[in-house]
Design a protein around this ligand. Structure first.
Ligand SMILES: [Mn+2]
Length: 284
C-alpha cells in the first residue's frame, strides 16, 4: 500500500462518503485483477462507494485466478470490495458478471446467479438512446499474447538509456568476436508490434459488433481505456483498475463516457465540477 492511501481513505470517510453518490444509468468496470498486488482494490472501493447505478457490469478479469495458482495476494480492501458489490446487488443494482480469461473458472457458471450477481458469457446492452452494444471481455479476439504491451508505454528517457546499453552491449560483443546486434532496433520492433496489436484488437471487436448488426461494443482485456468510432461502430473499452483506474459510465440521457478514480473520488475534494456533472447527480 502506498503511503498516501491511508490519507485518502481517512479524508474520504471524514464525512465525504455521506454526500449523495453520483448516479449513473450504467457502470462498466473490468480488469480489477483481485488477488494480485497490482490490484487497486482500495481505489475501486472508493469509486464504488461514491457511485450508484441501475446496472453494474463486471466485464471480466475481476478476480485473477491465474495468480491464485501461483502466489495469492488478498487483504481487507479485497474483502470490502466483494462485500460492497454484493451489497449493491442486494439493494437493487443489477450486477452482471461477464468472466474474462483470468477468471475463466467462473465461465463454468455462465447463466447462473450467485447472491444476486448474474453470470453471463456476453450480452447486448441497450442504452437510453436505443444504441445496442455488445458487452464482452474481449480475450477471444486476442490473436496475439500481449507480452510486449508494456513496451508501448516506454518513454524517451528509457529509450536513451537503451541506446547506451546498446553501445555497451555491442562493445562487449565486438570484444567477444560477435556481430553487431541492435537492442534498440529490437525493442522498437516490439513497440511497433504492441501498438499494432492494440489497433487490431480494437478493429476485431468493432468488426464483430458490425457483423452482428449492433451499434457498438464494450469490452476490457487490453487495459487501455478508449471510446472511439471505428468505421461507424462505437468501440468502448472501460480500462482497468491496475493502472488507468477507469470505468465506462452511461448517464440518464444514454451518453457514454470514461471516468477515472480521480474524476469521481477526486471530485469530493474539488467542488467546481458539480455543474458539469449535474445530469448524473441524484436530484434528492
Ligand atoms: Mn483479460
Amino acid at each position: 500500500m502506498k503511503p498516501h492511501d491511508s490519507f485518502l481513505t481517512r479524508d474520504f470517510f471524514k464525512g465525504e462518503a455521506r454526500r449523495e453518490p453520483l448516479r449513473f444509468r450504467t457502470i462498466w468496470i473490468s480488469d480489477v485483477h483481485m488477488g494480485t498486488t497490482g490490484c487497486q482494490a482500495q481505489r475501486l472501493l472508493e469509486f464504488l462507494r461514491r457511485t450508484e447505478s441501475d446496472t453494474l457490469y463486471l466485464v471480466g478479469d475481476i478476480i485473477d485466478g491465474w495468480q491464485l495458482k501461483r502466489r495469492w495476494y488478498w487483504d481487507q480492501a479485497h474483502n470490502n470490495l466483494i462485500q460492497t458489490v454484493l451489497k449493491k446487488a442486494k439493494k437493487g443494482t443489477r450486477v452482471i458478471f461477464v468472466p474474462g480469461n483470468h477468471d475463466e473458472a467462473v465461465r463454468q457458471f455462465i447463466d447462473l446467479d450467485f447472491g444476486g450477481i448474474r453470470v453471463r458469457d456476453e450480452l447486448v446492452h441497450t442504452t437510453a438512446q436505443g444504441k445496442r452494444m455488445l458487452v464482452l471481455h474481449g480475450d477471444r479476439f486476442d490473436g496475439v499474447i500481449a507480452c510486449a504491451k508494456w513496451l508501448a508505454y516506454v518513454g524517451d528517457n528509457l529509450y536513451t538509456l537503451i541506446l547506451k546499453w546498446n553501445q555497451w552491449l555491442n562493445s562487449w560483443r565486438a570484444r567477444a568476436g560477435l556481430p553487431y546486434w541492435s537492442l534498440s532496433q529490437y525493442l522498437k520492433l516490439k513497440v511497433k508490434n504492441a501498438v499494432s496489436y492494440i489497433t487490431s484488437f480494437e478493429t476485431a471487436l468493432a468488426d464483430e459488433a458490425r457483423r452482428r448488426g449492433l451499434d457498438g461494443v464494450i469490452c476490457g482485456h487490453i487495459h487501455k481505456p478508449e471510446i472511439r468510432d471505428i468505421d461507424g461502430i462505437l468501440y468502448c473499452n472501460d480500462g482497468d483498475w491496475v493502472e488507468s483506474l477507469s470505468a465506462l459510465v452511461e448517464d440518464r440521457a444514454g451518453a457514454l463516457r470514461l471516468v477515472t478514480w480521480q474524476d469521481i473520488v477526486g471530485s469530493t475534494v474539488s467542488h467546481h465540477h458539480e455543474e458539469a456533472d449535474e445530469p448524473c447527480v441524484s436530484p434528492s
